[in-house]
Design a binder for this molecule. Structure first.
Ligand SMILES: [Zn+2]
Length: 147
């Protein structure tokens, strides 16, 4: 008889494989991000602001651009700190930009292409399931018309 001494964490990790993948949008931070020379030197508040700005830019699909009020959402000191660290650049039009944002994060065009592909795959799946397999031709279904 096998006696399991597996702790909850391991059991959770094992069971996760059968759980549906989280499909909410996400951004990318490398493992070395917290140790990066520029990041390591930040105050806690500026560190938090930097991570929030990355998430907000991803949400807004702004390609790393944001407004002055977003820069100052944790107070002007934290915003200024990010500029002085070279993590944020002030643009000529009065807005701001995260340094090297598109080198690590998805662009607006990439996010939109991904969502279009996903929607198309969903539409095709429904067409196959409800029309092709049942021998139904739906006049309202684009795929039934084009084959
Ligand atoms: Zn169809």
């Amino acid at each position: 008889m096998l006696v399991s001494s597996e702790c909850d964490w391991f059991r959770h990790q094992r069971e996760r494989k059968t759980v549906a993948k989280d499909t909410r949008p996400y951004f990318t931070l490398t493992n070395e991000y917290p140790r990066h020379r520029k990041i390591r030197a930040l105050s806690d508040k500026a560190f938090r602001l930097h991570v929030e700005l990355i998430a907000d830019c991803n949400d807004a699909r702004s390609d790393g651009k944001f407004t002055k009020s977003e820069l100052n959402m944790r107070g002007p000191k934290a915003g200024k700190e990010l500029i002085e660290a070279g993590l944020v650049t002030a643009l000529e039009d009065g807005t701001y930009e995260l340094h090297d944002y598109l080198a690590h994060q998805h662009s607006k065009a990439q996010i939109e292409a991904f969502q279009a592909n996903k929607a198309e795959a969903g539409q095709r799946g429904a067409h196959v399931r409800h029309h092709v397999k049942k021998g139904v031709v739906d006049p309202g279904c684009e795929l039934c018309q084009t084959g």
